[in-house]
Design a protein around this ligand. Structure first.
Ligand code: ASP
Length: 581
């Protein structure tokens, strides 16, 4: 045994014990006749004491140690005169009697401290060193605990964890596939799963009834802070259930996780229809930590010769409470914000409800103060409030105002990371019109069931058909989503038809699933949670990268192992592949 204890466990109860510790040199300090070294492992840090007067040779040896050397020491636990209440081991130190260097270390390219001087790229290149830092390590510990709690809860609910294959064929979840060439079947490719969707449905046909899997999924799409080409889902499916059963079961999971990991008793998770979410927040994932709901103004503002409002499909605004004092400069900043190409608004109208009760807007030419009073009433505004109003095509302007609302939420400190506001968004549309291809797409995926009462609209008004589909949103982030599935061959075939598949194409790509539906498929449905996202929310982090041991960068590269990389001519030949680059 290289050690009797870890570097995080000794305290005053251990005084006098002779112990052996092993770990990395965190730092060392020479003070007169003494040398102090902090030794670190996964569990914590312990102070080591070397005394020149007691053992000059050993102390001299300790002074040669550099950061990150791997050492093993033996000594006795003594009380510290200068205690450190911030460290669990801060009351004691080890008076070292023997020291062995297990391995030397080069000077690390950045400081292995909670606050490091290493930039992102450098830390990713040397991720194994970055992972030695306590904050990064703690994120992975939290990830592990989350996975254990997920398993505990789902096992208690009778779910079975079943693995599904990774070399499969395309499962459409709205992204591009990663593909893998098949050497044994020249010219043919596997696709990596965007999710195990079809397999978990087949498991329901097999009678497994309650399935889950903590599983890697692969989607080839442009990366953002909360996206990685490979990511992890808590993937779940249940048979003989209705939407209500799924919402209750998985609300239970989320409540269990909040309780176990954060000590928080969540209130019942509220529900909101997609339509209401879009109307009141301009987003299907509203951040409900704060209000600032949309107020629609068409009826009040039209017919006053202000063409921007007169010609707009929708005039809608938010009330930024207590912001009437915003300066010209601040208002210009907000206008610039909404005019940024990413948001693309043409402008922003404001109306100040001054503390003295007077009203002043940027469109005073068209609206008298009496008119503005009506606006204030519609917004439920009080003196000192600032109304911010936008106009345009309804869908577009709602999305733009959503961005402004979130920006105001940030500016006003309303998006507190320690506050958690979960929400079920339900009744999503089944289909979504895609301008680019001039076709309808499945909003969730093609296996989602329309609401039975809306099926008759499929031909006459496809855009109005609602689905039994739901998302779990926490603090404005979509954390999970799922649906009740189609379990009938004819309805599935009809759905493919509406998505623009010929019967032959549908059969070729998804015949296996439609065939299975002919052998006694139970009614079923499910959900998948973004595991990385969930952990990052528990950790209070913005990026999922921080909760992944070895993440990829924005170009989808692993800079540590330098991947993707080219392969040899020989390998290409074996795979019957010619490249054009
Ligand atoms: N497969 C879906 C997804 O990855 C989740 C589900 O419908 O269960 O979003």
């Amino acid at each position: 045994m290289h050690r009797t204890h870890t570097c995080g466990e000794l305290n005053l109860n251990d005084l006098g014990k002779v112990v052996t510790l092993a770990g990395w040199v965190q730092k060392s300090r020479d003070l007169g006749g003494m040398t102090f070294i902090d030794i670190r492992d996964r569990y914590g840090v312990t102070q080591l004491l070397f005394n020149m007067d007691e053992n000059a040779g050993l102390c001299e040896q300790a002074r040669q140690l550099s950061r990150e050397f791997v050492i093993k020491v033996t000594g006795s636990v003594v009380e510290r005169s200068n205690k450190n209440p911030k460290m669990p081991t801060g009351d004691i130190e080890i008076r070292v009697t023997s020291l062995e260097v297990l391995n030397e270390a080069k000077l690390p390219p950045f400081l292995i401290e909670d606050e490091t001087d290493g930039g992102d790229d450098l830390r990713m290149k040397f991720r194994y060193l970055d992972l030695r830092r306590a904050p990064v390590r703690n994120n992975l510990i939290l990830r592990h605990k989350t996975a254990q709690e997920v398993r505990k809860y789902l096992d208690m609910q009778n779910f079975l964890e079943v693995e599904t294959p990774v070399l499969i064929k395309s499962t459409p979840e709205g992204a591009r596939d990663f593909v893998v060439p098949s050497r044994m079947n020249p010219g043919e490719f596997y696709a990596l799963p965007q999710s195990p969707q079809t397999f978990k449905q087949l498991l329901m046909v097999s009678g497994f009834d309650r399935y889950f899997q903590i599983v890697k999924c692969f989607r080839d799409e442009d990366l953002r802070a909360d996206r990685q080409p490979e990511f992890t889902q808590i993937d779940c499916e249940m048979a003989f259930i209705e939407q209500e059963d799924i919402l209750n079961t998985f609300e239970g999971l989320i409540r269990h996780l909040f309780k176990a990991l954060k000590g928080i008793e969540l209130e019942a998770v509220p529900r909101m229809s997609f339509e209401d979410a879009m109307r009141m927040y301009g987003s299907d994932k509203p951040d409900t930590r704060f209000g600032m709901l949309f107020t629609e103004l068409n009826e009040l503002v039209k017919g006053h010769n202000f063409p921007v409002f007169d010609n707009a499909e929708l005039v809608v605004g938010i009330n930024a409470s207590g912001c009437a004092h915003y300066t010209r400069k601040q208002l210009d900043e907000l206008t610039d914000f909404v005019k940024r190409p990413q948001i693309g608004a043409t402008g922003l109208v404001y109306c100040r409800y001054n503390a003295d009760g007077s009203l002043k807007s940027s469109v005073d030419k068209f609206y008298s103060e009496d008119e503005l009073k009506k606006w204030a009433a519609a917004f439920n505004a009080q003196p000192d409030d600032l109304m911010l109003i936008m106009a345009g095509p309804a869908d577009k302007v709602r999305k733009q105002l959503n961005e402004l609302r979130l920006e105001m939420g940030n500016r006003l400190g309303l998006r507190d990371k320690n506050k958690f506001s979960p929400l079920w968004v339900i009744d999503f549309p089944l289909l979504e019109w895609d301008e680019e291809t001039g076709r309808y797409h499945a909003m969730h995926h093609p296996f989602t069931s329309p609401k039975p009462e809306d099926i008759e609209l499929l031909d006459s008004n496809p855009g109005a058909v609602r689905a039994n589909a739901y998302d779990l949103v926490i603090n404005g982030t979509e954390v999970g989503g799922g649906s009740i599935r189609i379990h009938n061959r004819d309805l599935q075939a009809l759905m493919f038809k509406h998505l623009g598949f010929t019967p032959e194409e549908a059969q070729k790509q998804f015949g296996f699933l439609m065939n299975a539906f002919e052998y006694g498929a139970p009614p079923h449905g499910g959900i998948a949670f973004g595991f990385d996202r969930l952990v990052s929310i528990f950790a209070g982090l913005d990026s999922i990268r921080d909760v992944i041991a070895f993440p990829k960068n924005n170009s989808g590269r692993d800079v540590m192992i330098d991947s993707p990389a080219s392969i040899s001519e020989e390998q290409l030949k074996e795979l019957s592949i010619k490249t054009t680059v």
